[in-house]
Design a protein around this ligand. Structure first.
Ligand SMILES: Cc1cc2nc3c(=O)[nH]c(=O)nc-3n(C[C@H](O)[C@H](O)[C@H](O)COP(=O)(O)O)c2cc1C
Ligand code: SF4
Length: 614
């Protein structure tokens, strides 16, 4: 399909897609996702038709289409292979896997084959770090890839097999849970008392129905529950704020965007505890007086969509969602699934709400906070998957039970996603308060030289501080624990994470959009041995400016890979500093100067055009 060649049959298809969502501009992301699936790209003609159907301008439609990585303005292959380009995947052999795909398909990464059969590209962390290298092939996830496996995959696809057939030749007969399980192992290495041990069906919801909304909130507050999405805000307080708003329409949104590199615990809860999650959302709805909910699922987890849709349908049938839930007059609540489309920033709650409303995922200036003005301008509670699961268990077992686990200020248990250089990567549910060293012992990561706690927006610590505690007051984490052995190059890791932030900045604030590019370049300069002593001060000063002047948490934390390694691995930087006279000829490099300009002009594809041989 080429530009301007939309036939009337195509236009009918677009009209049907839009009608599927009542021509509602707030469902723009769903409309464009469906159009992408149908036509393999979003052409100008498609945007024009969608604009007409939904009453928006074409510019507004294009603003959405061009924001999300999984929507494409150029035709994609019938089979699109997205290789996870996370640093853990690189260390696990991504380069060889990519090369095997390139050879087998006759295209290089970033290309689509001339016959339109295949596209091959890199994508940031897809949440499979415990089984890297991994890839998405259309909506199928493949893990633990090797060059041999890749050759078999390519032959099968070239022979006309569907990506689903790579999972099982009876894929269509499998249940959604079986399909998910066969694609991705849950890798539960330690089940704790709250989430991954035995969980009775809907005991928390039944208990909640015997309580007033205020009593539910009192219990959540008394339990000490804090959000698991990263910021650790008190959940009871958030629910109370929302319940006290003067509005008759409120929303509950579950943040299942899980994009922080190294984090994959929500993936496991969505697979293994989906009913508990929906139960928690339903309890939250009861507590704050909401009738509508949205489960926002990151585009990379599309393989879980059928499973979650099935769970929602089962619960509607069982009277656990819908009107008069479990016979309680006036307790009406239902949830729709909102797919994301490949944008890390959409995990930030303001951006998430924009994305749910069919807009580009741009964070908002705060206040107002979502609890007073969120989705469609109404009070909205946004919580992480794990937080909702915790809430359901608290209602079942009581606030004191939860409060008594963990430490002062960090109550209950936490799911840790452990990956990288350790023998037993996977999920560990542990009470708050363990040290990094204790977790490493459990995961067979005792040889670690560095551990990244909380993903790139968290902290990289060195061996001499492994006794630090995994709590909100010491090393806070949404759940990511990435282990690096002594053979890894810290500067390579830091440069990679900076490239991630450059790629994922929404571009609204200049310090975040441009400053992170300069930070990445400066780290590259250290890696190349071209830095001088003043560059260390430059890194610190620029980082401080970005943190201070950025609008949202992405910019406010993006310099953390640099700042935490400057603090905990100072020698890594100072060892690469050269006296000025050695640098004069070497520093001017026309290609790198041009590439700066390209990035600043937002031609971001260059960031993922990498030479892995370095
Ligand atoms: C750049 C960025 C990405 C984020 N990604 C996620 C995410 O994937 N999942 C999540 O629950 N919270 C994420 N957050 C935090 C959310 O903004 C929000 O604090 C959280 O969803 C609230 O839920 P909680 O209180 O249960 O933690 C992100 C924040 C930022 C700044
Ligand atoms: S800090 Fe970065 S991601 Fe956040 S709003 Fe500004 S440009 Fe966008």
């Amino acid at each position: 399909m080429t530009e301007g060649s939309k036939t009337s049959a195509d236009q009918d298809q677009i009209a049907l897609i839009c009608e599927r969502y009542q021509n509602n501009p707030h469902r723009m992301l769903d409309i464009l996702r469906d159009a992408q699936d149908q036509f393999r790209f979003i052409s100008r003609a498609t945007m024009q038709s969608v604009a007409q159907q939904t009453g928006l301008t074409q510019v507004a439609v294009e603003g959405v289409a061009s924001f999300y990585a999984f929507l494409s303005l150029e035709p994609k292959g019938r089979v699109t292979i997205r290789l996870c380009d996370d640093i853990v995947d690189r260390f696990a052999g991504l380069a060889a896997v990519a090369e095997a795909f390139e050879k087998a398909l006759g295209i290089t990464v970033g290309e689509t084959s001339a016959d339109g059969a295949f596209s091959l590209e890199y994508t940031p962390c897809i949440g499979m770090c415990d089984q890297a290298p991994a890839a998405m092939i259309n909506e199928v996830v493949l893990t633990g890839l090797t060059p041999d496996k890749v050759r078999e995959i390519a032959v099968a696809l070239q022979d006309g097999k569907r990506p689903e057939d790579l999972i099982s030749d009876r894929f269509d007969n499998l249940s959604p849970h079986e399909r998910a399980e066969r694609m991705v192992a849950s890798n539960i290495k330690h089940a704790g008392a709250v989430l991954l041990g035995p969980v009775p069906d809907d005991a928390g919801l039944k208990a909640a129905l015997n309580q007033t909304p205020a009593q539910i909130i009192d219990q959540i507050e008394a339990s000490g529950l804090r959000g698991s999405g990263g910021a650790g805000f008190a959940t009871g307080k958030k629910w109370r704020f929302a319940s006290q708003t003067d509005d008759d329409r409120r929303f509950i949104i579950c943040n299942a965007d899980e994009g922080e590199p190294g984090t994959f615990k929500d993936r496991v809860l969505l697979t293994e505890r989906p009913h508990l999650l929906v139960e928690g959302m339903t309890i939250a709805a009861r507590a704050v007086g909401a009738h509508e909910g949205i489960l926002y699922l990151r585009g990379e987890y599309v393989y879980l969509r059928a499973l979650l849709e099935e769970v929602l349908a089962e619960r509607r049938k069982a009277g656990l969602l819908g009107k008069n839930i479990l016979g309680t007059a006036g307790f009406d609540f239902d949830i729709r699934l909102q797919m994301g489309a490949g944008a890390y920033i959409c995990g930030e709650e303001g951006a998430l709400i924009s994305s749910c409303g069919g807009l580009p995922g741009e964070p908002k200036t705060r206040p107002p906070y979502p609890v007073t003005s969120g989705y469609l301008g109404h009070p909205t509670v946004v919580n992480n998957v794990e937080t909702f699961c915790h809430a359901a268990r608290i209602l079942d077992r009581g606030a004191q039970w939860f409060f008594d686990m963990g430490t002062e200020g960090s109550h209950g248990t936490k799911l840790f996603s452990v990956s990288g250089d350790c023998i037993n990567p996977g999920i560990y549910e542990l009470p708050y308060g363990l040290s990094v060293r204790e977790l490493l012992e459990m995961a067979g990561g005792e040889d670690a030289a560095a551990v990244l706690v909380g993903g790139p927006s968290g902290t990289m610590i060195a061996r001499d501080t492994f006794d630090r505690k995994l709590t909100f007051d010491d090393l806070a984490t949404g759940g990511a624990i990435v282990v690096f052995s002594a053979e890894r190059n810290i500067l390579e890791i830091v440069e990679y994470y900076m490239s991630f932030f450059v790629h994922e900045s929404c571009g609204y604030c200049t310090p975040c959009r441009v400053g992170n590019v300069f930070l990445q370049k400066a780290v590259a300069k250290f890696r190349a041995g071209l830095a001088n002593p003043a560059d260390i001060a430059y890194l610190k000063d620029l980082s401080a400016t970005i943190i201070e002047t950025s609008r949202c948490g992405l910019g406010m934390t993006s310099p953390n890979p640099i700042l935490s390694t400057l603090e905990n691995f100072p020698l890594v930087y100072s060892a690469m500093v050269k006296p000025p006279k050695d640098r004069i000829r070497a520093t001017f490099d026309i290609q790198s100067a041009i590439s700066d300009a390209r990035v600043l002009a937002k031609r971001r594809s260059s960031i993922y055009d990498k030479d892995f041989s370095r």
